[in-house]
Design a protein around this ligand. Structure first.
Ligand SMILES: NC(=O)C1=CN([C@@H]2O[C@H](COP(=O)(O)OP(=O)(O)OC[C@H]3O[C@@H](n4cnc5c(N)ncnc54)[C@H](O)[C@@H]3O)[C@@H](O)[C@H]2O)C=CC1
Ligand SMILES: CC(C)(CO)C(=O)C(=O)O
Length: 290
């Protein structure tokens, strides 16, 4: 559901063994009717079953941007969508999906894909995929989804701490994504420029404080350094959105941290500033285009 960069990558890998339907829209739907081109780690061109509305399924992987989740959740009510798995970044998607649908699982993936053009993705990185239920139980649905992914050669693991993992990934994204998007730099700049590392550390500390108050006591400095170093040449997804004049997922990343911090009585001035800056940038770019 949402056959963009990540959805097409998962669809491509899953159709090695299973029947997959790619739910797309607009120009992407038109292009996928002709086929899917994959470059990067794999060079391929395959026929795919592309449709422009949801359909019945045993498992539905939700891969739209977070700001489209509610609309998608509503449209999935009209079909039997089976087990629903969010592979999205940010906080709140599973909660939105659960408002409208049953059997919703959370997912965290570090597989990487870029949309080069309509109907064309770059398979940019093999990673890991963690699947879990939001209440922490490793139920039958979790095991089924993990088995399906593994059968297709996707590195997948059933976990009992998906909420914690989602928050950790969100805190890492809350540092890298807005800073790179505002300054229009690649991820590596965060460790290469001393002042940026100072800023990144301050944002990170706020995220860690919120996580601690939630009961997730984690030290993320080494994790942040590792992600930045391994993705040094990347243009973060938020930077790419800003460059394309698209809306970003800031409300579900830094916005989620700010809201949780307010609930817990914690002040997060750096996160608030980044949130306001990226939201201003989105508005400014929209104005420039019109
Ligand atoms: N691209 C990547 O490597 C990774 C992405 N993610 C997360 O996965 C999610 C998706 O990211 P991308 O694939 O990069 O975004 P994307 O923008 O390439 O793909 C989303 C697709 O969903 C489509 N869509 C939205 N509403 C729809 C609807 N109602 N019906 C049909 N199609 C609809 C959009 O047109 C778009 O093609 C985000 O939350 C992102 O943060 C997570 C890990 C890696
Ligand atoms: C890890 C990182 C920052 C890699 O670019 C990412 O997840 C993103 O760009 O959204």
């Amino acid at each position: 559901m949402g056959a963009g960069a990540l959805g097409c990558l998962y669809g491509y890998l899953l159709q090695r063994k299973f029947e997959v339907v790619f739910v797309a829209r607009g120009k992407q739907f038109e292009a996928l009717k002709r086929g899917l081109k994959v470059t990067g780690l794999v060079e391929d061109f395959v026929r795919v079953n592309a449709v422009d509305r949801p359909c019945d399924a045993d498992i539905t992987f939700v891969t739209v941007k977070s700001y489209d989740t509610e609309e998608v959740a509503k449209s999935l009510r009209n079909v039997d969508c089976g087990i629903v798995v969010s592979l999205q970044n940010g906080i709140g998607n599973e909660e939105i999906l659960s408002t409208y649908l049953g059997r919703v699982l959370g997912g965290v993936t570090t597989y990487a894909s870029n949309l080069i053009d309509y109907g064309w993705i770059e398979f940019a990185g093999v990673g890991e995929t963690f699947i879990g239920s939001m209440d922490g139980k490793i139920c039958e649905d979790v095991l089924v989804v993990v088995e399906v992914l593994r059968e297709c050669g996707i590195n997948a693991e059933a976990v009992s701490d998906i909420v914690r993992r989602k928050w950790i990934k969100t805190v890492i994204n809350s540092v890298i994504n807005p800073i790179t998007a505002i300054l229009r730099v690649r991820n590596g700049a965060i460790v290469e420029i001393e002042e940026l590392w100072k800023l990144a550390s301050a944002v990170l500390r706020e995220g860690e404080e919120v996580l601690k108050a939630m009961g997730f006591d984690v030290e993320l400095e080494e994790v942040l350094k590792d992600v930045v170093t391994k993705t040094a040449r990347n243009r973060s997804s938020m930077l790419q959105d800003i460059e394309r004049g698209k809306r970003t997922e800031i409300d579900f990343i830094n916005g989620a941290i700010v809201r949780k911090a307010e609930e817990l009585g914690i002040d997060t001035p750096y996160n608030r500033a980044l949130l306001l800056l990226v939201k201003s940038l989105e508005k400014f770019l929209t104005k420039c285009r019109s």
